[in-house]
Design a protein around this ligand. Structure first.
Ligand code: ASP
Length: 544
């Protein structure tokens, strides 16, 4: 119930509008905002569960603030590395000690006065930021993994470990930060985005290019930004924060090994820009439309792989790559999803693999853009059973395959269907080439898909008003898939348009026998009268 209410609550509350600049400044406690209703004693027993958003009174009774609790999972990465024998290696048990010495990362005075260490499960590794102007403080507990890892050494087992910890502490904290190496951060954030189901709180991965212990580094800014956003902004997604930008985790990719702007999100604008103010692009945020409890799916199928096309690729290499136990593959193609159309040998191997049930996704090897079958060289892949991955990053497509293929209860068709669906905002609607016309089935499907991801009542009303003409348009061109999509949105296919004509009238006029059969199976009436008094039956006879 709590999660349901949180999911429905207004994300743009005043807490959420705190600017980074203001957040970093020490505020006068006398400016506190009294309208918050939380109130809490400070002497709760050690190890008790922190209550979310509670107000804390200092012992002298003078100061009051709201604590926002963030759980930090420290997995390793450059952010906490030191130079040993000329190479960077993770340094255990050093991060907390060092952060405690930095006044912008820890207010020991507040911790003492509010008996913070008695109120946390992690007395050794709980820190608190100085107070923000909106009278909030971020309290953060750091769980350091042992061993700390360079992210190049990470495997799906580590994703599962992180996921389980998020699940374990989910109810107790406002948000989560995962400190992680940059090398495979885009894979971990993609994987976690699928593993986290019905997510209602922020999970933010960050790290740095230069260790936090060095004088000039990007680690402090990244950690601070991630803590603030995780604690104060209600963004229910797995995100990646780097160099003042918050990206959707499954949209990001590492693009630079030598700059602070190591990541980009090529096909989707940032979810937030942390400049003088932190500006969240709320329209871009992907909202959960379910009211189920958060859970982490820890089943992942590792029989997946990536294959990048290149002009001298041999058929032998493709055959070797597609060998069992491979169950899913991401084919990184040229341009807008193209492959050589004059290589029947190679295409035949792809077809053989898809025929025996391997799911192959087509993702472009271009940094930006989407896969669409504009060229004959793209169409050949569809003919070989390869699924267009639209504008998914290869990292996201690979992790999605791992997640979907692990759902052993699903049929192969259902798994393929899931791969085509936008599960966590990892791909955009397929608008490419769709004419804004009622006779274009892609347009109908785009509208259908877009409407189905919105859960507001007004949208349901719009859906009900729009779907009869959409269904009639789909019927006119004989597009059963579009009709099924509309049906899945919850609309009845027997509803009539402004002329009283139902999809069955239209299909009967056009002679689309399969559509007629499908509609009859969905309960469409042969006796429905349009405003001219005609029924589908009379239309069928009239148009033969
Ligand atoms: N090799 C490091 C890692 O991924 C690089 C980094 O953190 O920036 O762990």
């Amino acid at each position: 119930m709590a999660e349901m209410l949180r999911a429905a609550s207004n994300p743009t509350s005043d807490i959420g509008m705190t600017s980074l600049a203001r957040a970093l400044s020490f505020s006068d406690s006398s400016q506190r905002d009294q309208k918050d209703v939380f109130h809490s004693e400070t002497n709760s027993p050690r190890g008790s569960v922190p209550q979310l958003g509670r107000k804390i009174k200092l012992m002298d009774g003078a100061n009051c603030c709201e604590e926002l609790w963030v759980f930090v999972i420290y997995t390793g990465g450059t952010i906490g590395m030191i130079m040993k024998n000329g190479v960077l290696v993770p340094e255990p048990n050093a991060l907390v000690k060092n952060l405690k010495k930095l006044i912008m990362f820890h207010d020991e005075d507040y911790a003492q006065k509010t008996k913070l260490y008695d109120r946390t499960e992690f007395p050794e590794s709980t820190l608190v930021l100085p107070m923000f102007e909106n009278n909030t403080r971020i309290v953060y507990c750091i769980l350091e993994y042992n061993p700390l890892l360079d992210s190049s050494n990470m495997t799906p087992k580590d994703w599962v470990k992180i996921g389980k910890d998020i699940e374990k502490y989910y109810e107790k904290y406002h948000g989560f930060v995962v400190l992680h190496g940059t090398d495979t951060m885009a894979y971990t954030s993609s994987a976690l985005s699928f593993m986290c189901e019905h997510q209602g709180k922020p999970v933010i991965l960050t790290g740095s290019q230069v260790p936090i212990y060095q004088n000039r580094n990007d680690g402090r800014g990244n950690l601070m930004g991630a803590l603030i956003i995780a604690g104060q902004f209600f963004i229910p997604e797995v995100c990646l924060y780097f160099n003042n930008k918050l990206y959707r985790g499954n949209r990001s990719t590492k693009v630079d090994a030598g700059r602070f702007s190591a990541f980009c999100s090529p096909n989707l604008g940032p979810l937030a820009d942390a400049e003088v103010d932190i500006k969240v692009n709320w329209d871009t945020v992907f909202w959960p439309t379910t009211i189920e409890c958060f859970r982490v799916s820890t089943k992942l199928n590792c029989n997946v792989g990536l294959l990048r096309l290149f002009p001298s690729l041999t058929t032998q290499t493709v055959i070797a790559f597609l060998q069992p136990p491979l169950e899913g593959a991401v084919l990184e193609t040229y341009g807008s999803g193209n492959a050589p159309s004059d290589r029947p040998d190679l295409l035949a191997e792809l077809k053989k693999a898809t025929d025996r049930g391997v799911i192959i996704m087509n993702c472009t090897q271009c940094l930006r853009g989407t896969v669409n079958p504009t060229y004959a060289t793209g169409k050949v892949l569809i003919d070989a059973g390869v699924i267009p991955g639209r504008d998914m990053t290869p990292e996201a497509a690979l992790c999605k395959l791992s997640y979907v293929l692990a759902r052993t209860e699903l049929s192969l068709e259902d798994k393929k269907k899931m791969m085509k669906q936008n599960l966590r905002g990892e791909m955009s609607a397929d608008l490419a080439g769709a004419k804004l016309s009622m006779s274009d089935s892609r347009f109908i499907q785009v509208i259908a898909n877009t409407l189905s991801i919105s859960c507001k009542e007004e949208l349901e009303a719009i859906r009900d008003a729009l779907t009869p003409p959409l269904a009639c348009a789909a019927s006119k061109i004989g597009d059963i898939d579009a009709l099924k999509a509309i049906r899945e949105m919850g609309s009845h296919l027997g509803l009539a348009d402004y002329d009283g004509r139902t999809p069955l009238h239209v299909a009967a006029c056009e002679g689309h026998l399969e559509v007629v059969k499908y509609l009859l199976g969905q309960g469409a009436s042969v006796h429905a009268r349009d405003r001219f008094g005609d029924t589908p039956l009379s239309n069928a006879m009239h148009f033969r």
